[in-house]
Design a protein around this ligand. Structure first.
Ligand code: IVH
Length: 750
């Protein structure tokens, strides 16, 4: 390669110009390679440019540019895709694993709708395609955007990429003005093999399976790359529609077909669980010859009016289920057992395996759940696997069901090598050395180090920046690992993220000037952080990573309290009652262990009451506690966990510091202004148009609180024929009483 002396003849002006040209060319190559996943020059050409640049710099050291390619590795984090909020959320499906689950699915629906075993109830059954779901929005017959599922509420804008897929029409005719078509993007086996051959021949990365290939191809920043990838699309559902497509699922799907979409030819109408299972078996038999991956069969209630009545649970429809194919299995050697420490301190044993292919994917790690599982016992202390324990060196069975983490299921004792020893689960945290204790009734051993445990602190941070929490562009789990131990700008707790820019400025811009970073990448990161300084309350609560507080509980708390101040004031006030509740629990635990005779129940209640009253809880504390655990979906476990987290000195200090840096956005009132939102409703007597379960679920979905008894707090009593004492009490209390039809009229169209 060229020596620096070759450039000594160059004039300074020429060298300066050449360095500028090289910087630009290399930046472009970097961008193409890293951010777009679409290299424009070969590796050898790239290396040659870099060496030329280095040689000129060696000859003219004073001309080295501040953004010299020699100081950069990779490219700035990619801009990523724009976001699209789904007009109707994209949900997932509940699962059925065997025939009994299918019978139960049908029985559940009949019960909910109040149908007898003789009433006709039809379902569609169709393959569950193993790809990734996509929502296509058409307005006046034109494709206007395409979005991935994302977190269900917001997806990535992949419109340009979707337009390159042949099976996605650009225009459709005779369709409603607004129509969102939903379905699965996938890649056929043949196309997948051919793509991998091409990739390998070009020295590019190959994909593990067709699903990954489809996802990797659709999520390309450069639609030109997607165009070269053979993606396909099955339509099977819809989101927002300005006019109903049909009266049944089957007819709606046929309309999608008439618009020009491909629907799956194995979709069939079935009249009950036996027919569903029969169709499942047929599809299972054909599975290997279909030419594309499927992982089960989806059943949907056929009549759309029944689908509407059945509605949704938190994340899944009541009217559909995915009957999954059995998990795939393989046997391999257990090389080691490592302990991972999670966000809440849980010590999780991870099996390190000799790599083995399970259903097309190479698996080298799998979960071993917890210490009882390794020893051959379940959470109740009963034997599993016939009581066989699992040891390092064992020959173990690994299985994978759908997307979930592979599990170690079984062990072959006949292949156990000599000299193995039973696994001893650590009782101190391998990360920080604190005691790892197991509370009674808990299957999990936990590190007691809290935020002083680096593993917990790091996992908490990763959770904090995760997609459903603060979702900071360019600051994901990997970057957290790097920043955690950064010599200049460590990120150890969430507030450190929001002081990063200030600290860098105070620290002579070390990050902005850092080798491999440069001002541009640093400024981009600072801007991404800045953008999340304003954060919805629910995301903040979820982001704190408090045990038992998932996305749904965080939303419930945010809606109930409306502001951060209201939340902490209430939780602080409730603290004495929370502690009394725990004391009650503990007293009961002790009593349960001791008591075996008849008077037990009464004694246990008595024990609880005594323990609580011994704590002499102030009235306002008790009221705040009851309000907290009275929130639908919260309860004492969540309440205690929240209370403990906010009462923990370290944790509270970290949270307070964080909150200082944020602008917390109050939750918006529920989207649809329902006339029953916030009202307490009681149903009594016989309901003729719906079951109690349906009435309750619909009222709750509209923001009402459904109670079983009439009191001064009741807003509406819905009384059917045969209503008795509740109607009388409502009349006495002056509670508004309406019949079922009036109730339906009230909530109609909502
Ligand atoms: S229906 C409201 N039908 O499975 C329910 N989903 O596990 C809408 N999937 O996110 C989904 N094939 O990506 C439906 N024939 C099919 C499907 C299917 C594959 C995927 C879809 C969904 C996931 C849920």
């Amino acid at each position: 390669m060229t020596e620096s002396s070759d450039f000594a003849q160059m004039s300074e002006a020429e060298a300066r110009a050449e360095l500028a040209r090289l910087a630009k060319q290399l930046a472009q190559a970097n961008q193409a390679y890293h951010a777009k996943d679409a290299p424009e020059i070969s590796d050898a050409q790239y290396d040659a440019l870099k060496q030329r640049n280095a040689a000129i710099e060696a000859a003219f050291p004073t001309l080295k540019r501040p953004d010299s390619p020699s100081d950069q590795v990779g490219a700035a984090p990619s801009e990523g895709f724009g976001k699209i909020a789904h007009a109707v959320p994209m949900l997932s499906l509940g699962n059925a694993f065997d025939d009994a689950d299918v019978t139960e699915f049908d029985a559940r629906i009949r019960k909910y709708l109040g149908l007898s075993a003789h009433d006709v109830l039809e379902y569609t059954a169709e393959p569950k395609i193993d790809g990734l779901s996509l929502s296509l929005r058409y307005e006046k017959g034109r494709l206007i955007h395409a979005a991935t599922r994302g977190d269900g509420a917001t997806g990535e804008n992949v419109t340009e990429n979707a337009r390159t897929i042949q099976e996605i029409p650009e225009t459709i005719s005779d369709a409603p003005d607004v129509l969102e078509v939903r379905g699965e993007v996938y890649m056929s086996h043949a196309d997948f093999e051919a793509l991998n051959d091409r990739q390998a021949a070009a020295g590019e990365k190959t994909f593990a399976n067709p699903r990954n290939a489809a996802a990797g191809s659709l999520r390309q920043l450069d639609a030109g790359v997607t165009r070269g990838r053979p993606l396909r699309f099955f339509a099977y559902a819809w989101g927002e529609v300005s006019a109903p497509l049909a009266q049944t699922q089957m007819d709606a799907i046929r309309r999608l077909e008439a618009f020009g979409f491909t629907i799956n030819a194995l979709t069939e109408l079935c009249d009950g669980p036996e027919a569903l299972v029969a169709h499942y078996r047929q599809i299972e038999e054909k599975r290997a010859t279909l030419g594309y991956d499927i992982d089960g069969v989806v059943y949907k209630v056929n009549r759309l009016e029944l689908q509407a009545r059945l509605g949704f649970r938190a994340t899944t429809p009541r009217w559909a289920v995915a009957h999954k194919f059995p998990a795939e299995l393989a046997w391999t050697r257990l090389e080691a057992i490592d302990i991972q420490v999670g966000r809440t301190g849980a010590l999780s044993p991870v099996a390190r395996l000799s790599p083995v292919t399970v259903g097309g994917v190479v698996v080298s790690n799998a979960t071993l759940h917890n210490e009882d599982y390794i020893q051959g016992r379940d959470s109740k202390g009963e034997m599993i696997r016939g009581g066989k324990d699992i040891r390092v060196g064992d020959w173990v069975q690994v299985y994978r069901a759908g997307d979930v983490i592979p599990k170690v299921a079984d062990v072959d004792l006949s292949k156990r090598p000599d000299g193995t020893v039973a696994y001893r689960f650590p009782t101190i945290c391998p990360e920080c050395g604190s005691d790892a204790i197991r509370e009674e009734g808990d299957a999990v051993r936990r590190c007691t180090g809290g935020l002083i445990c680096p593993a917990q602190a790091m996992e908490k941070l990763k959770h904090f920046v995760s997609r459903k929490a603060f979702d900071i562009d360019g600051l994901g789990a990997k970057q957290i690992e790097v920043f955690y131990d950064d010599p200049d700008l460590p990120i150890r707790t969430p507030v450190d993220i929001f002081t990063l820019e200030k600290r860098d400025a105070a620290n002579l811009n070390k990050l902005r000037n850092r080798h491999g970073w440069g001002a541009q990448s640093a400024d981009k990161l600072f801007a991404a952080i800045e953008a999340k300084r304003e954060i919805p309350l629910a995301r903040l609560i979820f982001g704190l990573g408090i045990r038992h507080i998932g996305e749904v509980a965080a939303k419930d708390l945010a809606l109930h309290f409306g502001s951060w101040e209201a939340l902490i004031t209430a939780v602080d006030m409730a603290r004495p009652a929370a502690l009394a509740h725990r004391a009650g629990d503990e007293a009961v635990k002790a009593e349960r262990l001791a008591a075996t005779d008849e008077g037990r129940r009464a004694r246990i209640k008595d024990t609880r009451d005594k323990a609580i009253s011994a704590m002499d809880v102030p009235k306002d504390a008790q009221a705040a506690w009851e309000d907290l655990i009275g929130i639908d979906g919260i309860g004492a476990t969540v309440g205690l966990s929240l209370s403990d987290a906010l009462a923990n000195e370290h944790e509270r200090a970290a949270i307070n510091a964080l909150v200082q840096e944020l602008e917390i956005v109050a939750p918006a009132a529920p989207a649809k202004q329902s006339p029953v939102a916030g009202k307490t409703v009681v149903f009594t007597g016989t309901l003729e148009k719906m079951t109690r379960a349906e009435a309750k679920a619909r009222a709750e979905a509209l923001g009402a609180k459904v109670s079983g008894s009439v009191s001064g707090k009741t807003d509406i009593l819905v009384a059917g024929p045969g209503a008795g004492s509740k109607a009388k009490k409502a009349a006495d209390l002056g509670v508004e009483t309406i019949d079922e039809d009036a109730w339906l009229a009230l909530i109609e169209g909502l």
